[in-house]
Design a protein around this ligand. Structure first.
Ligand SMILES: Cc1cc2nc3c(=O)[nH]c(=O)nc-3n(C[C@H](O)[C@H](O)[C@H](O)COP(=O)(O)OP(=O)(O)OC[C@H]3O[C@@H](n4cnc5c(N)ncnc54)[C@H](O)[C@@H]3O)c2cc1C
Ligand SMILES: *[C@@H]1O[C@H](CO)[C@@H](O)[C@H](O)[C@H]1NC(C)=O
Ligand SMILES: CC(=O)N[C@H]1CO[C@H](CO)[C@@H](O)[C@@H]1O
Ligand SMILES: CC(=O)N[C@H]1CO[C@H](CO)[C@@H](O)[C@@H]1O
Length: 453
């Protein structure tokens, strides 16, 4: 048993889907004396709580997980920018995306809008709302003398107050859509200095009609690259999309978009962009980087110095020393929920949350340190020892993983307590298997409509 002390109190950072799901799972153990969620925004919902607020992208390029975007303060409170955009519908069908026992409204379309998802999450949050302290940003998470000190700023009071509280365990549920990743390319910094606001990251993209009659270069073809290129194509004169490999997301050919190779360098003096095949793009009005985000935990002071071999982060492309993608091996009282990619976030958070809650309550025992490290090495080897792939679980790997979590949960003592997540039986496997084709069809229909066919 690697968790040596009994856990009475658990802190959760973030009241997005993952934090809410984990709080539900902890409650179902019926053993903890304190469960508290810290949420910096005024309401639950995480990235689904979208606002139209935007600004110029502050860090170009952005490659270090230890850098912070500068904070803007408005009415005495820091501004948080949402990575979503004005028009967004889910890329997962609602029956696959939903939490256990919480179906989406029957009236909603197969792919609900972000407003509908937020409404759905607010319903889901009712069960744990009393555990959340809103308008409270966690600034420091530090282990001293065997307990976690959580330092936060509470913005509910007239003047912000600093608070410190102790917990036996901490769950990081802060998502990974906060610190943009913008790769370093020759000339990019000089270009963004010469043409301020010309380069932006998808985090700061909001409304496609802003790009009316412009020539746009979108970088990337994952979820947001596909969305942003298709959305802007409705307004722009021309949309180029710079890509390095085939998309792993549901994808439909759109004749309004021209795919081009990766950028080789920016020539700001000449206003030219050189591509890897040495062709040149000119007269581009906006360049939208849809290159994803860095894992970043600016508040995590212990175990995260960036130097030590066991540091939680060394680069921004993966979290180090994770057992089964959840438990921080050197100290499993620190857990991370939903840090995987290409998985189905809501049910995943419930499965991971159920396992972590059972470990915290002592119903499941973790293996020893060396066994957990071996397991991590095996996972690394399976993914070709490429850091950026460590968290990728592309279907059907994701289903294998949910089933593995379930098998593990089935070994817990006293099965009468605890949260019971979605069961990934054959029927559900088939639903998941068909999800991408459903989305592809939806995209193809949309494109045909746009082209007036
Ligand atoms: C453009 C886009 C489209 C997406 N489309 C889909 C989709 O169609 N279907 C789907 O299932 N998923 C989609 N996702 C994935 C989405 O991330 C998940 O649905 C889900 O929001 C993940 O939940 P989370 O709780 O892990 O993280 P988040 O939703 O990011 O929530 C994290 C929470 O932590 C809070 N927080 C962060 N730092 C602190 C701090 N220091 N102190 C206090 N609170 C803090 C934040 O305010 C936030 O509320 C999409 C994501 C993006 C960006
Ligand atoms: C860890 O556990 C494994 C499997 O139970 C066992 O073989 C091994 O000896 C243990 N190692 C240590 C250092 O206790
Ligand atoms: C980051 C973000 O989008 N926050 C929004 C959450 O919802 C409230 C209420 O609608 C908005 O005021 C925030 O801007
Ligand atoms: C915010 C966060 O960590 N969300 C992840 C949850 O899982 C989905 C699906 O893999 C990812 O898209 C998100 O990155």
């Amino acid at each position: 048993m690697t968790i040596s002390n009994i856990i009475y109190s658990v802190a959760i950072i973030g009241a997005g889907p993952s934090g809410l799901a984990f709080a539900n799972a902890l409650k179902a153990e019926d053993t903890f004396s304190k469960i508290k969620i810290f949420e910096r925004q005024a309401q639950a919902g995480g990235v689904w709580n979208h606002s139209d607020e935007t600004r110029n992208t502050p860090l170009i390029p952005s490659t270090s997980p230890f850098k912070k975007e500068p904070t803007l303060v408005k009415n005495g409170k820091p501004m948080y920018y949402s990575p979503m955009y004005k028009t967004l519908e889910t890329n997962i069908p609602k029956d696959v995306m939903a939490f256990k026992n919480t179906p989406f409204n029957k009236e909603y379309e197969v792919f609900p809008t972000r407003q509908q998802v937020l409404h759905y999450l607010q319903g889901y949050s009712n069960n744990v709302n009393d555990l959340v302290q809103y308008n409270t940003e966690v600034l420091e998470v530090k282990k001293t003398n065997g307990v976690w000190d959580i330092t936060s700023t509470n913005y509910n009071t007239e003047t912000p107050t600093s608070e410190m509280e102790q917990f036996d365990a901490v769950a990081i549920c802060t998502g990974h859509y906060d610190l943009p990743y913008i790769p370093q390319v020759n000339g990019i910094a000089a270009w963004s200095e010469k043409f301020p606001g010309h380069i932006l990251h998808s985090k700061y993209y909001n409304d496609p009609s802003d790009y009316k009659d412009q020539t746009i270069l979108v970088i990337g073809n994952s979820a947001s690259g596909l969305d942003v290129s298709m959305q802007t194509a409705d307004y722009a004169t021309k949309v180029y999309r710079s890509i390095s490999s085939a998309s792993r997301m549901p994808y439909a050919e759109d004749p309004r978009i021209t795919d081009v190779p990766k950028i080789k360098e920016f020539l700001p003096e000449e206003g030219k962009i050189v591509l890897e095949d040495d062709s040149i793009l000119e007269n581009i009005d906006k360049i939208i980087y849809c290159t994803g985000y860095l894992y970043s935990f600016p508040f995590l002071n212990t175990y995260n110095d960036g130097q030590h071999a066991d540091s939680v982060l060394t680069k921004g492309d993966r979290i180090n020393r994770l057992y089964k993608q959840v438990f921080y091996i050197p100290d499993p009282t620190l857990v991370f929920i939903n840090m995987t990619k290409f998985t189905i976030p809501f049910p995943l958070a419930e499965s991971q949350g159920a396992v972590a809650a059972a470990v915290f309550s002592g119903r499941i025992t973790l293996p020893n340190d060396s066994t957990m490290r071996q397991s991590e090495h095996a996972e690394e080897a399976e993914k070709g020892n490429v850091n950026a792939e460590f968290h990728s679980l592309v279907f059907p790997k994701d289903v294998e993983y949910y089933r593995e979590l379930q098998a593990w949960l089935n070994t817990a003592m006293d099965p009468s307590v605890g949260f019971k997540p979605v069961i990934w039986d054959d029927a559900r496997y088939e639903l998941r298997a068909g999800a991408f084709d459903k989305k592809r069809l939806r995209l193809e229909n949309k494109i045909s409509q746009k082209l007036g066919k």
